[in-house]
Design a protein around this ligand. Structure first.
Ligand code: AP5
Ligand code: MG
Ligand code: ZN
Length: 215
């Protein structure tokens, strides 16, 4: 039973690293941001609500987010554990998750915190491109999509995320410092956190994560 949390500021490489890590752990990758974006594309009420926060770089309210995670954890493929990417990211979300898992006789297994200095973040995010269909992540310099600008995984169009404009990125960094950093600090008091240097090639960072988790 593996419940692994992947932390890191916006643009630190959580999504990039999560696919291989989830594969190795043999658990599904659960990224709350990706689920909100899926609702947004499908035009659901939840998508409209989430967009009003995401476009401002603010966190979607805790109750809404925790409800979404509760229903995701109720799906059959999550029974053996999940790799969380971008959840929890506030102190109330953390305690909700600990309580929710405890209610099922489960606990957190491991935490990986990707560290990337602020000065690298903006370049990563403004160069990022995201597949409109499968959510795969690219970067115009370090991980480009196919030559015709499509997704190498599914062939769909890749675009820039709405919240990757510089002003919104700055607000996301503020939300991280105000809400997610305290969440990580509280987590450190209860569970070992593996701090991993997120600077280097994608495969170097992957090697460090696998090494930290002894995979
Ligand atoms: P979310 O989608 O989770 O965004 P985020 O946490 O800000 O993180 P990102 O997805 O921007 O970055 P990442 O760490 O995944 O980096 P990536 O791998 O793409 O959340 C978006 C919004 O949804 C939030 O603002 C909030 O409104 C809402 N939300 C989500 N979860 C929530 C929650 N729990 N509660 C409330 N609200 C929530 O990499 C970035 C770029 O760098 C890419 O271009 C990539 O190719 C490149 N790159 C990656 N690794 C490297 C490397 N080693 N070297 C060079 N480039 C690299
Ligand atoms: Mg991401
Ligand atoms: Zn795709």
């Amino acid at each position: 039973m593996m419940f692994v949390l992947l932390f890191g500021p916006p643009g630190s490489g959580k999504g990039t690293q999560a696919s291989a890590l989830a594969g190795r752990l043999a658990v599904p990758h659960v990224a709350t941001g990706d689920i909100f974006r899926k609702h947004l594309r499908e035009g659901t009420d939840l998508g409209r609500l989430a967009r009003s926060y995401m476009d401002k770089g603010q966190l979607v309210p805790d109750l809404v987010t925790c409800d979404l995670v509760a229903s995701r954890l109720g799906e059959a493929d999550a029974a053996g554990g999940v790799l969380f990417d971008g959840f929890p990211r506030s102190v109330p979300q953390l305690y909700w998750l600990i309580g929710h898992l405890a209610g099922k006789g489960r606990a957190l297994s491991a935490v990986v915190n990707l560290r990337v200095p602020d000065e690298l973040i903006l370049g990563r995010m403004t160069g990022r491109r995201t597949c409109t269909n499968c959510g795969a992540t690219y970067h115009v310099v370090s991980a480009p999509p196919a030559a015709d600008g499509t997704c190498t995984r599914c062939g769909s169009a890749v675009t820039q995320r709405r919240d990757d404009q510089e002003e919104v990125v700055r607000d996301r960094l503020v939300a991280y410092a105000d809400q997610t950093f305290p969440c990580l600090a509280q987590l450190r008091d209860r569970t070992p956190v593996h701090d991993v240097d997120g600077v280097g090639s994608i495969s170097e960072v992957q090697g460090r994560i696998f090494g930290a988790l002894a995979l």
